[in-house]
Design a protein around this ligand. Structure first.
Ligand code: HAM
Length: 437
């Protein structure tokens, strides 16, 4: 039997309706904040991710799925490596949405000089070659937003406020969510800070794991995220980014917090929050659903240098993304659900095979009027058609027998009250719609 790849899921039935519901909530909420939807390709040049996310991040080094056509693969095998490939032939499935949106913004000049910020949201599948476990998939779905062209701390605060409102509208109990915020500094103060962390790790080289020692040189801040208990312990005494911010970054962070306070939002300052992607500058934030055991249900931050890294003009940016699958699990752990009820329908039943033609026409007429309509295609008896109608949660049945055909009418039966009425064929669609409310 053909099998699904581990760490992937089929979205169907209630699970699909949950994903659609989440997108509906996003469309309405983000629309009110002036966001338009964007969809970028699922495959991009490897460089788009390397430049943005960072060559030394786990996402790029270990988790990115590379894409090769069969023909390209043959060439690579024949050449003994991909060294001869042009940048445009080196492709990957997107592990996240920000780099692609920023690449699109550079290419499409979404933020010309003097223009208002570009505000975009997306709902897309992402791909990361992680070890599958609960809440950690290899193909998962994110809803995210990106604001390009606005340096103001008010935008950082608005993004966070919008994110927390999104969770509220999805049905989360806000008291069971934890919002953590931090500032990562900018190009100038972070470089100094990274060096201080590197020196700290090397000074504790005997106590730290090999991975962290490797990280010391390529990406020292990652050591804050090390799963090794000992490293975690050591890193508690490491220099904190918030003690190493330049004046501008400190003022920006203070302003963000002042706006969050003014909005009455509860948050925890976490100076060890470094996030797993290299493009962040200044504000970063992450949200956990307490006691859900699924890890972060969303996160984001500012990335003022990313447009330039992708070849564009200096343009500040900020955004966040949430994971659909984790949110579904976390909400279930709180006793909630994203699922909306399965839609009901109208069922057109046929008393005998001679009325098939009339049933066919009635079904078409209802569907043309936008009514979700089902009929029998398996030659069932009238009794089993009614059973089928119940299973399909039909609230109205249209019954057509010999008498109805002879009098150019149909019987409309309200399945909730069991009342039925003979209605002229020319009027039945209106009658059914009125019953459906
Ligand atoms: P991220 O923190 O890597 O950020 O991912 C955002 C969310 O996607 C996570 O909080 C989590 O809910 C979900 N997620 C990540 N990896 C997986 C996985 N393997 N399985 C299931 N869910 C997962 C970003 O991706 C940034 N692009 C967010 C952003 C937008 N920053 C600025 N703009």
């Amino acid at each position: 039997m053909a099998q699904r790849i581990q760490g992937t899921e089929d979205l169907v039935g209630g699970y699909m309706r949950a994903w659609q519901h989440m997108q509906d909530v996003a469309r309405e909420l983000f629309g009110a904040y002036g966001f338009d939807q964007i969809e970028t390709p699922a495959i991009e040049q490897v460089d788009t991710f390397v430049h943005g996310i960072g060559a030394s991040t786990d996402v790029v080094r270990k988790e990115m799925f590379r894409v090769f056509s069969g023909a390209l693969m043959e060439r690579i095998l024949a050449a003994g490596g991909e060294g001869g490939l042009k940048a445009r032939q080196r492709m990957a499935l997107r592990p996240e949405g920000t780099a692609g949106v920023v690449r699109a913004a550079v290419e499409g000049n979404f933020v010309p000089q003097g223009a208002a910020p570009a505000k975009l949201w997306y709902a897309e599948a992402m791909f990361r070659g992680e070890r599958p476990q609960r809440g950690r998939l290899r193909q998962f779905h994110q809803i995210g937003v990106e604001v390009l062209g606005a340096p103001d701390a008010a935008v950082d605060a608005e993004c966070v406020i919008m994110l927390m409102e999104f969770y509220r509208r999805l049905g989360f109990d806000a008291t069971k969510l934890q919002l953590r915020v931090n500032s990562m500094g900018d190009a100038s103060c972070r470089t100094r800070y990274r060096e201080r962390v590197r020196t700290f790790i090397l000074a504790h080289r005997d106590e730290m794991c090999d991975d962290c020692l490797e990280r010391a040189d390529i990406n020292p801040l990652r050591a804050f995220d090390c799963k090794n208990e000992r490293c975690h312990e050591v890193m508690r005494d490491a220099p904190l980014v918030t003690d190493n911010l330049c004046d501008d970054c400190e003022a920006h962070y203070a302003q963000v917090k002042a706006y969050l306070d003014e909005a009455g939002l509860a948050y925890v300052e976490d100076p060890t929050l470094v996030r797993g992607l290299d493009y962040y500058t200044r504000t970063v934030f992450e949200v956990d659903a307490l006691a859900s055991g699924v890890g972060a249900i969303g996160g984001g931050g500012r990335y003022d240098g990313l447009m330039e890294l992708e070849g564009g003009k200096p343009t500040p940016g900020i955004g966040f993304a949430v994971g659909f699958e984790r949110i579904a699990l976390a909400l279930a752990a709180q006793g909630g659900t994203l699922e909306t009820p399965a839609p009901g329908c109208v069922y057109v039943a046929c008393a005998a095979p001679e009325q098939r033609q009339a049933v066919f026409s009635a079904t078409l007429a209802l569907r043309q009027a936008g009514v979700r309509t089902e009929a029998d295609y398996q030659g069932r008896s009238l009794k089993s058609q009614f059973k089928q109608a119940d299973r399909l949660r039909a609230s109205v049945c249209v019954v057509i027998g010999a008498d109805e055909v002879a009098t150019a009418s149909v019987t409309v039966r309200d399945m909730r009250t069991h009342e039925q009425l003979l209605v002229p064929a020319a009027e039945f669609v209106g009658r059914v719609r009125a019953l459906l409310g």
